[in-house]
Ligand binder design. Structure first.
Ligand code: TYD
Ligand code: MG
Length: 457
């Protein structure tokens, strides 16, 4: 018999007997979700065993809990391991999100090659038939006795199969196609996605199965079931990149077992995803030479220095309020730098339309990229190219002063490694810098000096 479903608001917790677009209690839109049985927020006075909580619940001193370190295993892809914080943790639930067609299924199927060498893997696809999976696996060169596939969308059947096969690792592609037939709502709805994830979470925590769940990101950029899933799972990875370009960046939005500032870089090739161990080189490939409006900087992506090209275009505006756009660079930061350039750099840029673009799908949110952005803007305004062997690193303050940045030594090593000959840096820097052969450091104290040193104005 079907359990009766109830609906409740994720904002205020109000229960309603039927679904509606707007919560009658708090007035929030699109927050009503379905749940099996009584949600009964705060009404449960007894535990599932029927006893009162006083008899069953007991807190224990932290010191009395015995644990071993979390068990980690490598996925065979160093870039993925890095984002996971040094490999996947046994019994964790990892959500891999990304736009359709970005390469999530490809990544998951590819890691099966390594995983099935030491464990039993069950790949459940609600999107492709087993025949299609076989074709894809052949194309990716994935074969293994321990890799089991299942084309199924019904949650109970999936769990039954898990029960039967007892896999060490379960991959679910995708959470939006999975559904629990006890709920009335359609697959992919918030209630379904949440319920299915909860069941998979129980599996991960109860049986110690490591679960990878693929989730499609909708147009607004959040995984369907707005943010609901992010709270429930152990790790959230986002696979990003332009579908029309071959480079893909994997980043962690949440990680219960590691840092979230690492990125993994991949390239989509004819036979699957290849790891890019040298992202700086990739990001700088195809860089125009002797063209105004481009400057290279070095940012830290986690512990890894990565070179990025900042492009800027300033053009006389035909509007009373000039247009400002920035892609891959914080909009407000760009507006501030344009104002500083006008007031402290002496260039009349405020009447121009300005466009800033970061090449290769990177998002620069580090102040260390300020100086390069200012120089790219100045170069575009003056129509003078910046020498292609020059890079710039430094934070720009409101008075036009240059401020020191962290890990300057590491950044300069990367700049040196990629064959640049000159680097503009703040005069006052905290660390003592070792000499790097063939790399000249140009120390400046404000943006006026930097512009003069680089563009000769
Ligand atoms: P896919 O992994 O199916 O994307 P997702 O699961 O995120 O929706 O990848 C789809 C794209 O990747 C598709 O446009 C074709 C491309 N692709 C390759 O270029 N090479 C390959 O070897 C594979 C398997 C896919
Ligand atoms: Mg897919």
């Amino acid at each position: 018999m079907k359990n009766k479903s109830v609906f409740f608001c994720t904002e205020c917790g109000n229960e309603t007997p039927k679904w509606s677009g707007r919560c009658p209690a708090c007035g929030a839109w699109n927050t009503i979700v379905e749940q099996q049985g009584s949600a009964g927020k705060g009404k449960k006075s007894t535990s599932s065993s029927g006893k009162t909580p006083f008899h069953t619940v007991k807190a224990i001193p932290l010191t009395e809990i015995e644990t071993t370190d979390e068990l980690r295993f490598s996925t065979g892809m160093k870039e993925l391991d890095r984002v996971l914080g040094g490999g996947a943790v046994k019994g964790s639930l990892v959500l891999v999100g990304g736009a359709p067609g970005i390469g999530k299924s490809t990544l998951m199927l590819q890691i099966c090659q390594t995983l099935c060498a030491f464990s039993k893997v069950l790949y459940v696809s609600g999107e492709e038939s087993v025949g299609q999976l076989k074709m894809r696996a052949r194309r990716l060169g994935v074969a293994g006795e321990n890799l089991y596939v299942l084309s199924e969308t019904n949650l109970e059947d999936v769990l039954a199969s898990v029960e039967q096969e007892q896999p060490d690792i379960l991959i679910v592609d995708s959470i939006q196609t999975l559904y629990n037939s006890d709920l009335d709502s359609a697959p992919g709805s918030v209630g379904q996605v949440k319920d299915c994830t909860l069941k998979l979470m129980e599996l991960a925590k109860g049986e110690g199965t490591t679960v990878f769940v693929i989730g499609h990101v909708n147009k607004e950029g959040s995984i369907a079931g707005p943010k609901v899933l992010e709270h429930m799972v152990d790790c959230v990875l986002y696979f990003e990149g332009d579908q029309h370009m071959s480079y893909r960046i994997l980043r962690a939005a949440k990680n219960r077992f590691g840092a979230t500032n690492e990125i993994g870089v991949f390239e989509m090739q004819g036979d699957g995803l290849a790891e890019v161990e040298n992202p700086s080189q990739m990001l700088l490939s195809g860089r125009p030479e002797d063209t105004p409006g481009t400057c290279v900087t070095c940012v830290m992506e986690g512990n890894r220095p990565v070179l990025a090209e900042i492009q800027a275009l300033l053009a006389p505006s035909s509007f009373s309020v000039p247009r400002r756009t920035s892609n891959g660079f914080d909009y407000n930061r760009a507006a501030m730098l344009i104002a500083v350039l006008e007031k402290r750099g002496g260039l009349k840029v405020s009447a121009c339309d300005s466009y800033i673009n970061i090449i290769g799908g990177l998002y620069l949110d580090e102040p260390a990229a300020d100086l390069a952005a200012v120089l790219a803007l100045a170069s575009s305004y003056l129509d003078k190219p910046i020498s292609s062997d020059l890079t710039a690193i430094g934070e720009v303050g409101l008075t036009g002063e240059l401020r020191s940045v962290d890990q300057l030594g590491q950044r300069l090593s990367e700049v040196h490694r990629l064959g640049f000959h000159r680097c503009v840096i703040p005069k006052r820097h905290r660390q003592k810098l070792g000499a790097l052969e063939g790399l000249q450091l140009i120390e400046v104290s404000n943006i006026g000096e930097a512009i003069r040193a680089v563009l000769g104005k």
